[in-house]
Write a protein that binds this ligand. Structure first.
Ligand code: GDP
Ligand code: MG
Length: 163
């Protein structure tokens, strides 16, 4: 076991889909309902002979803390404290909004290695969408499609470089 990664982001960006890709089994519930992850969920990912612990957190939206059950928020914080690398997920198909900026800032304050996975790039033609997210100030950005499993290998390489 080389370390632990936490997957964080607003509801519905594809955290659980990515978790399932990394862990290789349908452990987390994926759905159209925001906040469908009721708990942090742990799994293991194997890549290049290395074993990573992966945690799928519920949605953390700093502006809307009151809307998130306190227990989910608390567990997400615990996951962040335990993580060696944090993967923030955004949805390439939605406009960058202030909760994303607040979340990125909160994550940067942890001082931990941070990678931005720009998800739902189902077609390479959409890769230009990634640039819109540069404003978050996260240097390492990886276009992925958790659904199609593209970019996930590149994401794992970036993670392992930082562990
Ligand atoms: P979470 O709330 O962040 O855990 O998001 P989920 O993993 O539950 O996904 C939310 C929705 O986005 C579901 O309908 C997924 O099927 C969809 N989704 C996840 N990844 C992708 C992707 O790469 N491309 C597309 N088009 N949809 C995706
Ligand atoms: Mg989820």
């Amino acid at each position: 076991l080389v370390g632990m990664i936490a997957i964080v982001g607003r509801p519905n960006v594809g955290k659980s889909t990515l978790f399932n890709r990394l862990v290789g089994q349908r452990r987390a519930i994926v759905g159209d309902e925001p906040g469908i992850t009721r708990d942090r969920l742990y799994g293991y990912s194997e890549w290049a002979g290395k074993r990573l612990r992966v945690v799928d957190t519920g949605g953390i939206v700093p502006d809307d803390e009151a809307l998130i059950p306190a227990e989910i928020f608390r567990q997400a914080k615990v996951a962040l404290e335990e993580a060696d690398v944090i993967v923030m997920v955004v949805d390439a198909r939605t406009e960058l909004a202030s909760p994303d900026i607040d979340l990125a800032r909160l994550l940067q304050r942890t001082g931990k290695p941070l990678i931005l996975a720009v998800n739902k790039i189902d077609d390479p033609k959409l890769e230009s969408y990634v640039e819109d997210f540069r404003r978050l100030g996260i240097r390492t950005m990886v276009p992925i499609s958790a659904e199609h499993s593209t970019g996930v290998a590149e994401l794992l390489e970036e993670i392992l470089e930082r562990i």
